[in-house]
Write a protein that binds this ligand. Structure first.
Ligand code: A2P
Length: 323
């Protein structure tokens, strides 16, 4: 029986199904074992989560698909339409003629007929066959965003995904995309938490009808790309103490109050429950002011794509100066 009802938001894609503002991510490295993913997804569904996030690079598409299929058999959900599923295309498939086959492969991995959301994982193209998580910078090639996005639009038109979007895109890259897109991106999934607040990007996205989805809302402390800076923030600790909440709850509540959709990761039943309990209280103006003053730094910076002799020569270039 669901404990909490998670608010939902409409996306610019016009999809009749709205998107829950809080969901469970499955990205970790080393990749989580399939049984761990299946168990976490089932616990999450029992608690009331219905939004789940994966990516071709995470190695969890099959397990998430299996978890959904088992959840149907077990009666935890009544129909596939009850869950909102996102996956992402990896950089090796960011070529016009490879996008549709990549989505078809994802659907096959997940045994699904459609995704709710398909995202370009990074604004980076790589030679086909290069390994995710072991990026050879020499395999990074110039990205033809127009042909990639046109193929993403075709995926939506064919009904294989209900909405399309991007991840790790800057204001400049979004503006370039919006200049020619027939279907604008519904979402930009980016690192967002109290230590990397993304103020400028959020303003741009809001003005252009693009929903921000926050990944690493807790700093992804356990992951290769993460930081302990969120869960160990003295400012957040003080607010948490004064409110009788956990630091994680304060960080998640902050992201929710900024209007973001949140992709949180926990495979722990108690923490899944705790992270859901953020919708019946609020941060004070004073709390928000203190959080706004936290020193900023990006944890997941994409440095694996950068090489002085390669296609993307600096972090400034990857992030268009937003570093
Ligand atoms: P675990 O899976 O053991 O719960 P993010 O959501 O930013 O990607 O962060 C994920 C990390 O934060 C994971 O290591 C996860 O560990 C941990 N985590 C998730 N929820 C909580 C919580 N409520 N308190 C402390 N750590 C948490």
């Amino acid at each position: 029986m669901a404990l909490q009802s998670i608010p939902r938001v409409a996306l610019s894609s016009g999809n009749a199904k709205t998107m829950p503002v809080l969901g469970l991510g499955t990205g970790d490295y080393p990749h989580p074992a399939p049984e761990a993913v299946i168990q976490a997804v089932h616990e999450a569904i029992k608690l009331g989560y219905t939004m789940f996030d994966t990516a071709s690079a995470y190695g969890t598409e099959e397990a998430l698909g299996e978890a959904i299929s088992q959840a149907l058999d077990l009666g935890l959900i009544k129909s596939r339409d009850d869950v909102f599923i996102t996956s992402k295309i990896w950089c090796t498939e960011n070529h016009g003629d490879r996008v549709l086959p990549a989505l078809q492969k994802t659907l096959q991995n997940m045994k699904l007929e459609y995704l709710d959301q398909y995202l370009i994982h990074w604004p980076v193209s790589m030679k086909p066959g290069s390994e995710p998580f072991h990026v050879n910078q020499e395999d990074v090639v110039p990205m033809d965003i127009k042909s990639v996005w046109t193929a993403m639009e075709e995926c939506q038109t064919l009904g294989l995904t209900k909405s399309i979007g991007v991840s790790n895109f800057t204001c400049k890259k979004l503006a370039d995309l919006l200049a020619f897109a027939k279907i604008p991106p519904a979402i930009n999934q980016v690192e967002m938490n109290p230590v990397w607040q993304q103020g400028k990007l959020r303003e741009f996205c809001q003005a252009n009808g693009i929903m921000i989805s926050a990944y690493s809302p807790l700093g992804a402390a356990g992951a290769q790309w993460g930081t302990k800076g969120v869960l160990e923030s003295p400012v957040l600790m003080e607010i948490a103490k004064s409110k009788g909440k956990s630091v994680a709850q304060v960080a998640l509540r902050w992201a929710y109050e900024q209007g973001a959709v949140i992709v949180m990761k926990s495979f722990n039943k108690e923490r899944l429950k705790q992270n859901l309990e953020i919708f019946d209280w609020e941060l004070s103006d004073e709390d928000s002011k203190k959080i706004a003053e936290i020193e900023q730094s990006r944890a997941c910076n994409g440095k694996m794509f950068i090489s002085e002799t390669g296609t993307i020569k600096s972090l400034e270039e990857l992030w268009d100066g937003e570093v």
